[in-house]
Design a protein around this ligand. Structure first.
Ligand SMILES: *Cc1c(COP(=O)(O)O)cnc(C)c1O
Ligand SMILES: [Zn+2]
Length: 465
């Protein structure tokens, strides 16, 4: 018995050593002056210094991959070529698999029958262009709502759950404003994993909550807002050996890079002048920044597009800090030498003054963006900008997208609303090329119904008697 156990131990140790040796990727602290490295199998997503980690790759991918990705758009019968995420698997190969061996792919990669990212590409939407006041040729919008669970979250979640499987996690855990739980629940169910979801009581859109129920997740209601639910979920993760799939998880950031790969591929890898996202926890912003940093470093792109992040006015922490609306100080990444105390003072003020994030766009109703620092890094690399829009502006944006036959949710409406504002303010120019990401599909039926029944709204079409 004891002998068996010893040989089992030796086997475990040796196989772990081999995996570590073969794997050309690792985790590294995102803060340059720390830069501590961790094995790729680590599930601690915060550095000992308290900051978030990045996934790093030891070698640069060859440019002829662009042709391979293109060929994969004609699926050839493999779900990993059909998938809009795994089609680009060489660029997020943290599993260190032989990427052309489909048997290996299916053993390691988590996919919902190739559906994640499969439908997504950028479109011209003439009515949105007209609303914004820009030539139709100049603007493209990429709906991510047509992912299998209805939001961009599936891009990152397929990668995060792949890593969870790699480290043999049995339970994944998240806090959610809705779409994260829908996505986590879907992949967990498909992979036969447990999934616990921490939600702020009464703050989740029923359409999203219903998905979490439907996919068999265990809901845990927390009194408070998203930030409180998030704190609770992290406590539970460290106590129960669970695996967190919130966007502090660096593998989600990896999967979300494919949103931009698909847009750029469609543009023959020519970069637009601007890429526009709504800003919540800033996972997308961070991922876009990392994606561009890598592509630039590999020589795949020559010009760096600027990121524009659109906050909701009622949940505008990034706007406040980045644009110097607190203590007249503009918070910057500053090559990793950011002003932590400024952030702390603002968070303390939020607590003291009872400032709670408040917007009907619940997907971006976040007061303390967990990817704030990576977001700042992205903004610095791309000379990015941040603005806020009102709930009314987001509803108009959402509605005009609908008039083009695409369905998006209110948070995504921040994108057309933000572009309109940036053009009006002359920050974007009429002949700039702009790509906007529409992050999710409509899951709150009452929003469009109420919007259209109020004839004072710009795009309202109330029913006739
Ligand atoms: C999660 C989510 C966001 C916020 O994205 P971050 O990456 O956290 O900034 C925006 N829109 C929708 C529809 C979402 O589900
Ligand atoms: Zn560190």
């Amino acid at each position: 018995m004891a002998k068996k156990f010893v040989s089992f131990l030796i086997f475990k140790l040796v196989s772990k050593y081999i995996v570590t040796l073969q794997n050309k990727s690792y985790l590294k602290c995102s803060i340059p002056k720390c830069g501590k490295e961790y094995p790729i199998t680590s599930t601690e997503f915060k550095c000992v210094c308290g900051n978030l980690l990045d996934v790093k790759y030891k070698s640069n991918p060859p440019t002829n991959l662009k042709d391979i990705f293109y060929q994969r758009r004609n699926p050839q019968g493999s779900i990993f070529n059909e998938s809009g995420v795994w089609r680009f698997r060489e660029l997020l190969n943290f599993c260190a698999i032989e990427t052309n061996d489909l048997a290996q792919c299916s053993k390691h990669l988590v996919s919902l029958d190739g559906a994640e990212g499969r439908q997504s590409k950028p479109y011209h939407m003439s009515k949105v262009s007209k609303f914004i006041g820009i030539e139709n040729e100049k603007l493209m919008l990429q709906p991510e709502g047509y992912n299998p669970s209805g939001s961009f979250k599936d891009n990152g979640m397929s990668a995060a759950v792949t890593h969870a499987k790699m480290v043999q996690a049995k339970k994944i855990i998240c806090a959610s404003t809705g779409n994260t739980s829908a996505s986590a629940g879907m992949f967990a169910a498909n992979e036969n994993m447990d999934c616990d979801v921490y939600i702020p009581e009464g703050e989740i859109a029923p359409g999203k909550l219903s998905q979490a129920y439907q996919f068999g997740t265990q809901l845990i209601q927390v009194k408070g807002n998203f930030d409180d639910a998030f704190t609770k979920s992290l406590e539970a993760t460290s106590q129960s050996n669970g695996y967190t799939v919130n966007s502090i998880n660096p593998f989600r950031i990896e999967g979300q890079k494919t949103i931009l790969y698909r847009a750029l591929e469609f543009l023959n890898w020519d970069t637009p002048d601007w890429i526009v996202y709504p800003g919540g926890a800033l996972g997308n912003t961070s991922s876009c920044g990392k994606c561009l940093m890598e592509l630039y470093q590999w020589g795949w792109i020559k010009k760096i597009p600027r990121i524009a992040v659109i906050n909701a006015e009622g949940a505008n922490t990034l706007d406040v800090l980045y644009n110097g609306k607190f203590e007249d100080t503009e918070l910057r990444w500053n090559n990793g030498n950011f002003d932590t105390e400024l952030i702390e003072r603002y968070y303390t003020k939020m607590n003291d003054d009872g400032i709670r994030p408040k917007t009907k766009a619940t997907a971006i109703q976040i007061g303390k963006p967990s990817n704030l620092l990576k977001g700042l890094r992205a903004l610095e690399f791309t000379n990015g900008i941040v603005i806020s829009v009102t709930d009314k502006e987001m509803l108009d944006g959402m509605s005009v997208v609908g008039l083009n036959g695409f369905d998006c949710e209110m948070a995504s409406g921040a994108v057309p609303a933000g572009i309109k504002k940036l053009l009006n303010d002359n920050i974007m120019k009429k002949d700039d090329e702009i790509v906007g990401i529409l992050t999710g599909r409509q899951k709150e039926p009452l929003l469009p119904i109420n919007y259209h029944n109020d004839p004072t709204n710009q795009f309202a079409k109330p029913p006739k008697q």
